[in-house]
Design a protein around this ligand. Structure first.
Ligand code: ZN
Length: 310
């Protein structure tokens, strides 16, 4: 992990920083900390990532996980109502919070939750998991509420609102202005972009430079690339800016993760991109941060996705 993304002066990661955690999550986090030896660094070790979750659940009794074990949360009326209303935050709350949600999904105890459904904040898109349907488009898009340096500046409304909060908080912290490069990119635009790369540089270079159509997080409306302003720099420069360091430390507080971290290419399939952030909602992002995760694949116990299958 390079210094720009984890500043030396940054305080050690702790599940107790930032927004207040729901009591259940805090209790679970304490339990996991104790079971792993009581240090946050233990949570970041590869071994901690690979702990089978049911075992953790057994070691860490809580109201939420007991409830998950007792019944299929998808039969709970609050969950049914939340899914019907397409309210992802309420759905996660209906499961008993992010940790209980993740535990139920990983245990196969959540038949109403599909990690390949691009309409929800929990979707996992990578080189082995295309969007379903492949030409999916979000039902609603709005312009990002920051300076945008391309013509692809749209995001889902909830993501745009969270980006506005993030940018305002960064400015209030004195690190300067944050702008956006690409936000939503349609299937058709991704086809044209990728085909251009293939024509000019060949398939291998094209795959390294841009996602194949149907395989890009940008097509979900949940992801965007950041730049430091003003004047706005390039996406490649973002990781070396104070804004980039701030985002690496604080993005989770606004529901975002830095999706492609250094050291995770073999799992995520992408070289480090400190500029590419992905919205997963504040509930899941807090659990992701508290657990010390570095890829969405590990967070949901999915296989590594180093490359396209075909
Ligand atoms: Zn991106």
């Amino acid at each position: 992990m390079d210094s720009a993304r984890q500043p030396q002066h940054a305080p050690p990661r702790s599940p107790f920083r930032g927004p207040a955690l729901p009591l259940g999550l805090a209790v679970t986090a304490i339990g996991i900390l104790l079971s792993l030896g009581g240090t946050p660094s233990a949570l970041s070790s590869p071994a901690a990532h690979q702990l089978p979750l049911p075992q953790v659940v057994q070691q860490v009794p809580s109201v939420e996980t007991d409830a998950v074990a007792a019944a299929d949360p998808c039969t709970d009326q609050a969950v049914i109502d939340a899914i019907g209303a397409a309210d992802d935050a309420a759905t996660i709350a209906g499961f008993g919070g992010a940790d209980a949600f993740r535990a139920a999904v990983m245990a196969g105890n959540a038949p109403c939750i599909a990690l390949d459904d691009p309409a929800h904040v929990w979707v996992v898109v990578n080189k082995t998991r295309p969007l379903n349907p492949v030409d999916f488009a979000p039902s609603s898009l709005v312009q990002a509420p920051v300076q945008v340096t391309t013509r692809s500046g749209e995001l889902r409304p909830d993501v745009a609102a969270a980006l506005g909060e993030l940018a305002a908080a960064a400015a209030a912290d004195g690190v300067g202005q944050i702008g956006a490069n690409n936000g939503y990119r349609s299937y058709d635009l991704q086809v044209r972009t990728h085909d251009n790369h293939v024509r000019n540089e060949g398939q291998a270079s094209a795959d390294a430079l841009s996602a194949r159509a149907g395989y890009s997080e940008h097509q979900t409306g949940l992801a965007l690339d950041l730049v430091a302003c003003a004047p706005c720099g390039s996406i490649e420069a973002f990781g070396g800016t104070v804004q980039g360091a701030w985002v690496a430390e604080h993005a989770w507080e606004y529901g975002f993760i830095v999706r492609y971290e250094s050291g995770a290419t073999g799992i995520s399939g992408y070289s480090p991109e400190p500029w590419h952030i992905r919205y997963i909602g504040v509930e899941l992002a807090a659990a992701y941060h508290a657990g010390g995760y570095h890829t969405l694949e590990e967070f949901f116990g999915l296989p590594a996705a180093p490359d396209y299958v075909g």
